[in-house]
Design a protein around this ligand. Structure first.
Ligand SMILES: CC(C)(COP(=O)(O)OP(=O)(O)OC[C@H]1O[C@@H](n2cnc3c(N)ncnc32)[C@H](O)[C@@H]1OP(=O)(O)O)[C@@H](O)C(=O)NCCC(=O)NCCS
Length: 176
């Protein structure tokens, strides 16, 4: 399918929130209690919260669009001169495994490389097997384990890391 990957604008806010609701429910159904999921999404995916994220001067926020519909988003942050982080990447369940996640990584890696960022971090829930497979495919490795509260629930997290150079190498290795 013909997906367009582009920087997010304020017109995309509702579409991003829709993808968040749908994808969170499916991804975390067995991992995060529904009241904690709902509370988090309602707090973070507000028009104001998304506007701040999209307009952040140390952020790269991309969306994937199919015609006029938003089907995925990825948000990278520049944490320091040399360190970046992929803070969220979500693709609508109907459009997963079509190369959108890979395209988001390509866009983020290019932006990080141009600005001199050499290390990319990403945090993933410890039991999110699909996301682990995705990150490992592109060279991310374990950096540390930690836990954080989401509402009234303690969630086990894994922080992963990859050098931006290796990420670009893996992205250049062809599809699959
Ligand atoms: C993880 C996610 C962002 C990947 O995006 P995507 O567009 O589906 O991924 P791509 O099609 O670009 O996949 C690229 C490669 O990553 C690997 N991969 C992706 N999803 C995978 C899965 N579920 N199982 C195993 N490998 C996977 C494969 O090697 C894949 O290549 P292939 O399809 O040719 O085999 C997406 O599936 C998603 O939104 N998942 C739910 C939300 C989530 O877990 N986000 C991460 C939170 S930290």
């Amino acid at each position: 399918m013909d997906y367009a990957i582009r920087p997010a604008t304020l017109d995309d806010v509702a579409g991003i929130a829709d993808v968040a609701h749908r994808t969170w429910d499916l991804t975390y159904a067995r991992i995060i209690a529904s009241h904690n999921r709902r509370q988090f999404i309602e707090r973070v995916y507000t028009p104001e919260g998304l506007q701040e994220a999209i307009e952040g001067d140390r952020a790269w926020f991309y969306v994937a669009a199919l015609d006029q519909e938003i089907v995925g988003y990825a948000h990278f942050l520049r944490r320091s001169d040399s360190q970046g982080e992929l803070v969220r990447i979500y693709v609508h369940p109907d459009h997963q495994r079509h190369g959108i996640g890979r395209a988001f990584l390509s866009a983020g890696a290019a932006a990080m490389a141009i600005t001199g960022v050499s290390l990319c971090l990403a945090s993933v829930e410890a039991n999110n097997v699909s996301a682990h497979a995705f990150y490992r495919r592109f060279g991310f490795r374990h950096r540390r384990d930690y836990a954080q509260f989401l509402g009234d629930q303690l969630i086990k997290m894994v922080e992963m890391k990859v050098s931006v150079g290796e990420l670009q190498e893996k992205l250049g290795e062809g599809s699959g």
